[in-house]
Design a protein. Structure first.
Length: 339
């Protein structure tokens, strides 16, 4: 059921050691705003506004930012669960934007998603076996006996007992439900998985168990992850590189250690300053960056740099000109005039 993948990790935005498994270029997703009886379009909500990045085979790219910045929409548009307004998404060199449902169905086994809320993403009227078997039936995997045998193996992979197969989702805890969702996601042996805040709805005591499970499955099944989260400390533990989004745009992208040790964008610096340090002496003496004002509306984003209305070091240039997306160190990209 598994396919071995041996490829080096690469750099973002074109400078790669090998062909990336996923290449996103100038991706945009606008949701129309309509009003009146005739439903006339009066504007757009710019949920994703020109995002570009690459993910190498076997890599985990963390995607972080505040709620509402467009992280989850980016993941859904990559998998074509929502259609892109503009831009390109290439999976193993094949363009996904513009494909119809039938064409995407052929590629679905290779690309799966772990959803944020394990309570809402599992059908309460289906048993665990039926939930995991559904994609296997849809894509015509084996006969009934082969599917049941694979379901038992999947349950073991995610730390559940085969005896759980005939139970319903309401009989499980939140962490166990998320394990069921993960088992469903890997049932078709995908190469690429979008993890859309898979630990956000779980207790803190359970979050580490789910993250450790995702790491183990990545090693055993040669998976590639796009890990979406607002928890920078958890992303640091799991990711190889981290991308930071603000108001639908990418503001910084770097290897995990470079981003946490030397964040260059003022927004990244503010996010980093909010992460607690386990050492009380260091935590007490640490200076936090408090951002003023509210996040602007994605239907009416500010001119120039979208962060300039809250940036503590903004200059007049920031309000006038959109910052260039540039590489300031090897593999470290940032969109800021002052970086």
């Amino acid at each position: 059921m598994t396919e071995t993948i041996n490829a080096p990790l690469g750099a973002p935005n074109g400078e790669s050691a090998s062909s990336p498994i996923l290449e996103v270029t100038n991706l945009k997703k606008y949701f129309p705003i309509v009003r009146g009886l005739v439903r006339r379009k009066v504007g757009d909500v710019r949920a994703v506004d020109g995002v570009s990045f690459q993910i190498q085979k076997g890599e985990t790219l963390g995607l972080v930012g505040e709620s509402g910045c467009g992280k989850s929409t980016t993941g859904r548009v990559i998998l074509q669960l929502d259609r892109a307004t503009e831009g390109s998404v290439k999976y193993e060199g094949e363009e996904l934007v513009g494909k119809n449902a039938g064409q995407m169905r052929v590629l679905r086994p290779n690309m799966q998603m772990v959803f944020q809320d394990p309570h809402a993403s599992l059908n309460p009227r289906m048993t665990v076996a039926s939930i995991i078997e559904e994609p296997l039936i849809e894509h015509r995997f084996g006969n009934r006996a082969e599917r049941l045998a694979w379901i038992e193996e999947l349950l073991g992979l995610v730390g559940l007992s085969p005896t759980h197969a005939n139970r319903y989702p309401h009989e499980f805890s939140g962490g166990q439900r998320q394990r069921i969702g993960i088992a469903r996601a890997i049932a078709l042996n995908p190469k690429f998985v979008v993890c859309d805040e898979p630990i956000a709805a779980l207790d803190v005591s359970i979050q580490a168990q789910v993250v450790n499970l995702l790491e183990r499955l990545q090693d055993e099944l040669d998976l590639t992850y796009l890990f979406i989260s607002h928890d920078l400390s958890m992303v640091r533990h799991l990711a190889d590189r981290v991308a930071v989004m603000y108001l639908g745009r990418m503001v910084e992208l770097a290897p995990v250690e470079a981003l946490y040790e030397s964040p260059q964008h003022p927004y990244t610096q503010a996010l980093h300053s909010a992460v607690p340090v386990p050492n009380p002496i260091v935590e007490f003496g640490r200076e936090r960056i408090i951002l003023k004002g509210d996040i602007p509306s994605p239907s009416n984003p500010p001119s120039g740099c979208s962060f300039h209305t809250r940036c503590p070091v903004a200059t007049p240039e920031c309000a006038e000109r959109v910052p260039e997306w540039r590489e300031i160190n090897p593999g470290h990209w940032v969109a800021c005039h002052l970086a």
